[in-house]
Design a protein around this ligand. Structure first.
Ligand SMILES: Nc1ncnc2c1ncn2[C@@H]1O[C@H](COP(=O)(O)OP(=O)(O)OP(=O)(O)O)[C@@H](O)[C@H]1O
Length: 654
């Protein structure tokens, strides 16, 4: 019997999971590659998906292990990957066979203990054919209001619970409800099992990984490692597909009745605990990424608690990230409940799931090795070399020598009132810097001074290496020496205002192309084409001909962001972009801003959304009475405020 009698507990933090995996991969002689995620974890830790390749890149037979598709479940998959790599080291593989371990493909979800990703997207609903448009789930729409509530307790919550109980009874219990909810939906970004509006970072990264490492494969077995559905402590082996394919026949030949095949479809059913009604699974992605291979996509699904209990935990966590405070005692309770719903702290559960999964790996791998796939493909491709670091994202790359923006010793008074008393800030390309502080501390004034909507009294402003030249007027006040330079620099610094500031008499499209055509002198046709692209990005494709007055606040703000992006700014200043919005519209705007951060835009953000600032920023400045009282990395600043003022401020706002 395999000796896993004393497995290390799964429940360790993201950084340790990575460290264990990387160590095991190194010992196994793997080529290690790191795909850096643009955001960071709750402790300020860097986030990344690690990829270990044992064997040659041109191997025709490939075994792939994927963990953490649903972030919080990642501890299980990570434990399996690490243990399997470790206990078989040193690996001696036939030339034509390789192992590709993809560690924590949704690193944000694992680090923050969420099933979903940074945009509330269920990655296992995100691998749909986006060209064909998002699938429809009208039956979810009827349930949304009962599943997603604004208040943790009170009459609104009680009404929602009552409505959910009534709907569940009408559908014949949880077994009737789950296939509708878990089918995935693409219309409610704040809802459950949201599939997104386009390919997420994890989706794109999986695609990049498979393009880099799986291109030569002709025979591939892929394990996607999950927990949370099925009977407690039982690791079920499944294969999910939209239709029959030759990989399924292979799977049945290898595993016999141990393998359950789930064929998905609108009305499909299964008793495995996973949703047969859903599409967009990882299985679809891996088959698509290896069109020339016979692919056997497998899912290991380790049962935990009863379906309704797991759904309750997911619902509560959804509320927490939308409307609650993760750091509060209630927030911590909700997190603990969610973790327990996916990774029970039960040594027997952990032992069973690990041991059985490793046996499935062994069996699959033995069969893979025995297949005759005709040797290595494309011998010209280089074999694995030493560790490579892939940093596809500008935000993640090392800071450039020249900051994208630097402000030194800025002073500003209104009459006798000194609002800024020597504020400074520097942001490298791709960095997000947030400014927090009480009302009246000078945050907005600082932003307005940067692009000279207000004239600073003193100080230096340097954008992308070019300093705004100032001179003293006859009254002794500073003013720009060259207005043409100011106009030029302003065109490189985009500003998003609290109150949107769209032209009311122009359509959304006209608002967006106005500055590119008149200031940058772009051809109108080019500006229009780009405007449509930007509208797609902010989810407003269908609103291009509307006037601002016909849009909701959230839509207006997203249009305003698209207008700012149309100028391709070096730096984007956002002045409390969500504070004029009704609470239910805040999320849609934050999602767009988060996407901008992920894409490596340099941003200075003034905000009262503390949780958001913490998640999205590389650096935070706390302003108090016109001075930077404290600055630092978000995790450090929020966890260990040094000044009493910041401590009090956080106590009031968190
Ligand atoms: N144009 C102006 N004329 C006179 N005083 C002004 C002007 N603009 C801002 N102030 C004052 O400067 C101080 C700082 O205002 P500012 O809007 O920069 O603060 P803030 O930190 O952004 O506050 P909030 O979070 O409430 O937006 C306030 O006392 C405000 O009344």
């Amino acid at each position: 019997m395999r000796d896993v009698s004393a497995p290390r507990p799964y429940s360790v933090g993201f950084a340790e999971l990575r460290q264990r995996f990387r160590k095991a991969a190194e010992r196994a002689g793997a080529e290690l590659t790191e795909y850096v995620h643009p955001l960071h974890g709750p402790g300020g830790e860097a986030l990344a998906t690690d990829v270990a390749l044992i064997g040659r890149r041109n191997a025709s037979k490939l075994m792939v292990l994927i963990s953490g598709t649903h972030g919080v479940e990642g501890q299980f998959g990570s434990a399996c990957q690490t243990q399997w790599l470790e206990e078989n080291a040193p690996w001696r593989l036939p030339e034509d066979t390789a192992i590709l371990a993809i560690h924590l493909i949704n690193p944000w979800g694992t680090a923050w203990s969420r099933r979903v990703n940074e945009d509330n997207v269920d990655l296992n609903r995100n691998f749909v054919d986006w060209q064909a448009g998002a699938p429809k789930n009208d039956r979810y729409a009827d349930l949304h209001g009962a599943l997603v509530w604004r208040e943790w307790e009170g009459s609104g919550r009680a009404n929602a619970d009552e409505a959910l109980a009534a709907a569940t009874a009408k559908l014949g219990g949880h077994a009737g409800l789950a296939p509708i909810v878990e089918a995935g939906q693409y219309d409610f970004p704040d809802g459950l099992f949201f599939g997104g509006t386009g390919p997420t970072w994890s989706n794109r990264t999986l695609h990049d990984i498979l393009s880099s490492f799986a291109g030569a494969a002709r025979e591939a077995i892929v394990f996607d490692l999950h927990t949370g559905a099925g009977p407690y402590g039982y690791p079920a082996l499944l294969s999910v597909a939209e239709n029959e394919h030759d990989g399924l026949a292979w799977g049945k030949a290898v595993f016999g009745p141990a393998l359950s095949v789930v064929l998905t479809g609108k009305e499909a059913t299964t008793d495995t605990g996973i949703a047969a009604t859903a599409t967009g699974y990882v299985s679809a992605a891996v088959r698509k990424a290896m069109p020339d291979a016979r692919v056997l996509p497998l899912v290991i699904e380790c049962g935990t608690l009863d379906g309704p209990v797991v759904m309750d935990a997911v619902q509560a966590d959804n509320w927490l990230h939308l409307y609650g405070k993760v750091d509060s005692p209630l927030g911590q309770r909700i997190k603990a409940t969610l973790r327990a719903a996916f990774i029970p702290e039960d040594p027997d559960w952990q032992w069973n799931c690990l041991a059985t999964s490793l046996r499935y790996f062994d069996r699959a791998f033995a069969d893979l090795k025995a297949v005759d796939a005709g040797g290595c493909n494309d011998a010209s491709r280089a074999p694995a070399m030493a560790t490579t670091i892939v940093q596809p994202h500008p935000a993640a790359s090392a800071a450039r020598a020249t900051p994208a923006i630097e402000v030194v010793n800025l002073h500003k008074s209104f009459g006798q009132l000194e609002v800024l008393s020597g504020v400074g800030l520097s942001a490298s390309a791709g960095e997000v810097v947030s400014m927090i502080g009480s009302s009246g501390s000078g945050k907005s004034t600082f932003l307005r001074c940067i692009n000279l909507l207000e004239q600073p009294n003193d100080g230096r402003i340097i954008v992308d290496g070019e300093e705004i030249r100032m001179k003293k007027a006859s009254d002794g006040k500073a003013q720009p020496a060259d207005m043409r330079q100011v106009e030029r620099i302003r065109a490189r610094v985009g500003m998003v205002f609290q109150s949107f500031n769209l032209w009311p008499h122009l359509t959304v499209l006209e608002n967006i192309i106005e500055a590119p055509v008149h200031v940058l002198k772009e051809r109108r046709a080019d500006a229009v084409e780009r405007a449509h692209e930007l509208l797609r990005k902010v989810g407003l494709s269908d609103k291009h001909a509307h006037y601002p007055g016909q849009l909701s606040g959230g839509q207006q703000q997203r249009a305003a962001i698209a207008r700012t992006l149309a100028m391709q700014p070096k730096v984007i200043l956002l002045d409390e972009p969500t504070s004029a919005l009704d609470p239910e519209l805040v999320g849609e705007v934050l999602r767009v801003i988060r996407q901008l951060a992920e894409e490596g835009n340099t941003m200075i953000l003034v905000t009262h959304e503390m949780q958001f600032a913490r998640e999205v920023s590389h650096k935070i400045l706390f302003l108090h009475r016109g001075k930077v009282e404290e600055e630092g990395a978000p995790a450090e600043l929020f966890a260990n405020p040094r000044s009493e003022r910041l401590r009090q401020f956080l106590a009031r706002t968190l």
